[in-house]
Design a binder for this molecule. Structure first.
Ligand SMILES: Cc1ncc(COP(=O)(O)O)c(C=O)c1O
Length: 371
């Protein structure tokens, strides 16, 4: 996780004097920091709405609650681990006022870190590849992030190229720090102390199934750990993408951001969930369109996949209490998920097919594993 210790020997109290005028004092002691807490805009992270979805499913005897993580100020669930990883590094002294934070992200984590770094007056460099959405890059830039574009794949892979660039930047920029969401255990901790605690409190622990999209697996791990520690009966259903290697299999083409992984992240090694379900890109599109039509809400691609997994199981979860974590909003996917031309050009599905599938049985995927 930690690549470069920033300002060894310098404690965070000394730092207060060195902060730039616009910067906010970096908290001086662990006591000042709660796990996923912050001042100003950062204090608005968490406590997102939990909304009952009455119309998404075809049957009304499933209690389905959706955790709307788009309610975070940066627009996604990633605000939580971004802040937590930064706070942990501030507490340990790995991040000080002079630190340059460097991360590889094409979207939500980059925005979450851009937001937190801007608030603390820290320099932030985000390494992206040509697949990053222009809108996300624009948001990061608007928050003061520097964008480092990797335009050539390494061994045929952009992720490898991005990670190589991160290492190169860490090598050459003094006092630099890599949060590394794919290996950093503060990532799941943010969800353990935040996301799932909020859901559990709201539903008083009465949850039969929890549905969560996976990429780093931070969200799903944090939720599972909390539920296990509380001795809850809840079954955690991890939702992955067809073409992801998170739970075995070969890498394949995936076009929905934030869902699945082309390489197994360190954080995801030997992680088990009660159930793993895989969705296709089209399943995600169908879920997003169905949510817009039935629940009048714009949700992001991974959230569409999660809801389609719930729908595919609606008969077996009849009479059960369920919660689904919806990582972000569809407003960032207007030109992709919600654009018929994009769906046709990139995924090869006509508007008619997408329309038909919204009212056909959900999912044509297979159960991957069951523990
Ligand atoms: C939109 C979206 N959904 C789901 C996920 C998966 O979350 P995690 O990395 O915690 O597994 C991400 C992560 O980047 C995401 O951006």
């Amino acid at each position: 996780m930690r690549q470069r210790r920033a300002n060894d020997g310098m404690n965070t109290i000394d730092l207060q004097a060195t902060l730039t005028p616009h910067a906010v004092a970096i908290p001086s002691s662990p006591a000042d920091l709660r796990p996923c807490d912050g001042d100003g805009v950062l204090a608005a992270i968490g406590n997102t709405p939990l909304v009952r979805f009455r119309k998404y499913l075809d049957r009304d005897d499933v209690e389905l609650y959706a955790k709307l993580e788009a309610g975070n100020p940066g627009g996604s669930a990633k605000d939580r681990p971004a802040l937590q990883m930064l706070h942990a590094a501030m507490t340990s002294g790995d991040v000080t006022a002079e630190t340059t934070v460097i991360e590889s992200s094409s979207g939500n984590m980059g925005i979450g870190l851009a937001q937190a770094c801007a608030y603390y007056g820290l320099r932030f460099i985000c390494v992206v590849d040509p697949n990053a959405q222009p809108q996300n890059i624009a948001i990061m830039r608007a928050l003061g992030a520097e964008i480092e574009l990797v335009d050539q794949p390494l061994d045929g892979d952009f992720l490898s190229a991005r990670l190589a660039r991160v290492c190169d930047l860490l090598e050459h920029i003094p006092c630099s720090f890599w949060p590394n969401q794919y290996a950093n255990t503060e990532n799941p901790k943010a969800h353990e102390s935040g996301t799932i605690r909020e859901i559990d409190d709201a539903l008083q622990g009465d949850i039969d199934f929890l549905f969560v999209a996976t990429s780093s697996t931070g969200t799903a791990q944090g939720c599972r750990n909390f539920l296990q520690a509380r001795g809850r009966r809840t079954k955690v259903v991890a939702v992955d993408a067809v073409g992801s290697v998170l739970f075995g299999g070969k890498p394949g083409r995936r076009k929905i951001p934030g869902l699945g992984a082309g390489r197994e992240p360190k954080l995801a090694r030997e992680q088990g969930f009660d159930l793993v379900k895989r969705v296709t890109d089209i399943d995600c599109i169908v879920g997003c369109r169905r949510a817009a039509k039935r629940e009048a809400i714009l949700i992001g691609g991974s959230a569409g996949g999660v809801l389609e997994v719930v729908r595919s199981m609606q008969n077996e979860i009849a009479g059960k209490n369920c919660a689904a974590i919806l990582h972000d909003s569809g407003s960032r996917y207007i030109d992709t998920v919600f654009c018929d031309q994009w769906v046709e050009d990139v995924l090869g599905a006509s508007p008619e097919e997408v329309q038909t599938r919204q009212s056909s049985p959900a999912l044509r995927e297979v159960l991957v594993s069951c523990e």
